[in-house]
Design a protein around this ligand. Structure first.
Ligand code: SF4
Length: 503
C-alpha cells in the first residue's frame, strides 16, 4: 500500500516552469475509445471483477467493525480541509524541521524540475541504479523514464510494481498495479524477464512471491540509493511516513546510504497526533486490513541508523492551481486508498488503463484533469455514472460526484470560450430553451414528438435516431413517445373539473 505520495520542489524561481506533465500513460486514447477496447477484453474484465469484488468484501468487513467509522471519516475530512487552508505555513514548518534534523529539502514546481533534482542527487552519488518504493508521485512525473535517460536504472520493489515493470506494462490500479494480471500471466512474465528464475516455477502464489523475493534481495543488498514517495509528512516534527504491506519499502528506506523522497505538497498533516486518524482510515479502506503490516517513519538523519544522506522533494505539479478551485480542491484530500476504484461500476468494467492517466478510477477522473488542466484529460470527468458509490466509501469524504459535475461544467465553459461558432449541442440546448420558455411551444413540440413513434418500427424503443440526435442513440435507446401526451390526457380527462387549466 505504500502509495507514496511524494513530490519535489526546487530550481531557480526566476526560471519559467517547464511544461507540466506527465499525468498520461504512454499512447493513451481518450476514455471512450480506450474503454471500448477494454470492454472487448473478457479476460481483463474477469481479472478485475474478481479482484475488486474480493477487496470490496474485505473492506466492508473491517469497516463494519468500527463503531465510529463515520466520525473518523468526518475527522479525516476536517483535518484535510484545515491543512489545505494553512498549506504554505505548514510546508515552511516542515522544511525547517526536516532541515534541522539533517535532511535536505528541495522544491519542484513541475515534473521536469522534480526529475532534474532526483537525477542530480543520484548522479552525485555515482550510482547507476536505485531501488524504489511504490510511489504514485514518481509515476506522475515519469521519474523512471527520466532516470533511464540519464543512464540510471530504477528498480521497482513492490511486488505488483515489479510485475508491471518486468512486463513492460503500466499500472492499472493505485493499490494493486497488476490487478489486470492473473497468476498464469505473472508466471509467464517472471519466466521471461526475471534473471536466474527457476525454470520449473509454477503459478502458486507462494512460489511466485519466493521468486520475486530472491530477485529483490539481491537488489536491496547492492543498491546505494533508495527512492520513495510518502503517505504522510508531519509538519511539527519533520517526520515522513510510508505505509505498506510487503516490507519491501522498509528495505528501501533503511539499507541504502542515500534516500530521496518525492512528495506531493498536499500530503502534509500538521501534528503527529493527526496520524492517528489516517492510520485507522487508510488500511481498512485500501487493503481491508485493520492496520498496516509495515508503517515506516523517519525524521532526518541518525548516524549509524539508516541512510546518511536524506532528501525530500516537495512537488507542486498542478497542486497549487487545483487549490484555487473551491469545489475541485477537495481532490487534494485524497489519501490514495483506492476504495473508490473498487466500488466504481465503470472502473470494474474497463480497468485502469482506459483512463489513460496515472491516477485511474473516480479519483483519477477528478484529480488528473485538475493537475494537467481540464482540457488535457477532458474525457475523464465523463467516465462516471454519477452513482455516488465512490463518495460513500471515501474515507475522507471527498464528494467525487460533485467534483465530476463541476469539471464537466468547466470543460463545457472552456470549450465555449474558445469557439466562435456554436456546436450542435449548444444549438440543440438553445432550441430546447426557446421551446420550454413558452407553454404553447412546449405543447406543440410534445405533439410533434409523437411522430417519433414511426422510428420505433413496432417496438417499444427507438434504437436509432437521425443525425445529430444519433449521438444520443449511439449508446442508449430512446423511449417510444406515447400516443397521447400528458397534457392532452389531462385536458381530456380532467379539463372540465379544473376549470380548463392544464398543468
Ligand atoms: S478519493 Fe477517497 S476513496 Fe478514492 S482513493 Fe482517494 S481517499 Fe480513497
Amino acid at each position: 500500500m505504500n502509495e507514496g505520495g511524494p513530490f519535489h520542489v526546487g530550481g531557480d524561481p526566476a526560471t519559467p516552469p517547464a511544461p507540466r506533465g506527465v499525468g498520461h500513460l504512454r499512447g493513451a486514447d481518450p476514455f471512450p475509445a480506450a474503454a471500448r477496447a477494454a470492454l472487448a477484453d473478457s479476460q481483463l474484465r474477469r481479472n478485475i471483477g474478481k479482484a475488486t469484488a474480493t477487496i470490496r468484501a474485505k473492506r466492508a468487513d473491517v469497516v463494519g467493525e468500527v463503531d465510529d467509522w463515520e466520525e473518523l471519516r468526518e475527522a479525516g475530512r476536517a483535518l484535510k480541509t484545515a491543512t489545505m487552508a494553512r498549506l504554505p505555513e505548514l510546508l515552511t514548518q516542515l522544511e525547517e524541521r526536516v532541515t534541522a534534523a539533517g535532511g535536505t529539502v528541495h522544491w519542484a514546481r513541475d515534473a521536469a524540475e522534480a526529475n532534474a533534482i532526483v537525477t542530480d542527487v543520484v548522479g552525485a552519488t555515482g550510482s547507476d541504479e536505485v531501488v524504489k518504493v511504490k510511489s504514485m508521485a514518481t509515476q506522475e512525473i515519469g521519474l523512471n523514464e527520466a532516470l533511464a535517460e540519464a543512464g540510471i536504472a530504477a528498480i521497482e520493489t513492490d511486488l505488483a510494481e515489479l510485475i508491471v515493470q518486468l512486463g513492460d506494462d503500466t499500472p492499472s490500479h493505485i493499490l494493486v498495479p497488476a490487478i489486470h494480471r492473473n497468476r498464469a500471466e505473472i508466471r509467464e512474465i517472471f519466466l521471461r524477464e526475471m534473471p536466474g528464475v527457476d525454470p520449473d516455477l509454477t503459478d502458486e502464489p507462494r512460489r511466485l512471491a519466493m521468486a520475486a523475493r530472491a530477485h529483490l534481495r539481491r537488489k536491496f543488498l547492492s543498491a546505494r540509493v533508495g527512492v520513495s514517495g510518502a503517505n504522510f509528512a508531519v509538519a511539527e516534527t519533520g517526520t515522513l511516513s510510508v505505509v505498506e504491506s510487503e516490507g519491501n519499502g522498509r528495505m528501501c528506506l533503511t539499507l541504502p546510504e542515500t534516500l530521496i523522497t518525492v512528495m506531493g505538497i498536499e500530503k502534509l498533516v500538521p501534528t503527529w497526533q493527526d496520524l492517528e486518524v489516517f492510520l485507522q482510515l487508510l488500511p481498512r479502506s485500501s487493503t481491508g486490513e485493520r492496520m498496516n503490516p509495515y508503517t515506516s517513519m523517519w525524521t532526518g538523519v541518525h548516524p549509524g541508523d539508516g541512510p546518511t544522506d536524506v532528501h525530500l522533494v516537495l512537488l507542486d505539479n498542478g497542486r497549487t492551481a487545483t487549490l484555487v478551485d473551491e469545489v475541485g480542491r477537495q481532490a487534494l484530500h485524497c489519501i490514495r486508498c483506492s476504495a473508490c476504484l473498487n466500488v466504481c461500476p465503470v472502473y470494474e468494467r474497463t480497468g485502469g488503463h482506459a483512463y489513460g492517466s496515472v491516477y485511474p478510477g473516480p479519483i483519477g477522473a477528478i484529480l488528473s484533469p485538475q493537475l494537467t488542466g481540464v482540457e488535457d484529460n477532458a474525457s475523464l470527468p465523463f467516465a462516471s455514472s454519477l452513482c455516488g458509490a465512490c463518495y460513500d466509501v471515501c474515507p475522507v469524504k471527498i464528494n467525487i460526484p460533485e467534483v465530476l459535475v463541476h469539471l464537466r461544467a468547466r470543460h463545457v465553459e472552456e470549450r465555449r470560450a474558445t469557439r466562435t461558432v456554436p456546436n450542435a449541442e449548444e444549438v440543440a440546448m438553445a432550441a430546447a430553451g426557446w421551446v420550454m420558455a413558452d407553454p404553447g411551444r412546449y405543447a406543440a413540440a410534445q405533439r410533434a414528438a409523437r411522430m417519433g413513434r414511426i422510428l420505433a418500427a413496432g417496438g417499444d424503443r427507438i434504437r436509432a435516431l437521425p443525425p445529430p440526435l444519433s449521438a444520443w442513440t449511439a449508446s442508449r435507446d430512446a423511449p417510444k413517445p406515447p400516443t397521447e401526451t400528458f397534457r392532452d390526457w389531462w385536458a381530456r380527462t380532467r379539463g372540465a373539473d379544473d376549470g380548463g387549466h392544464t398543468p
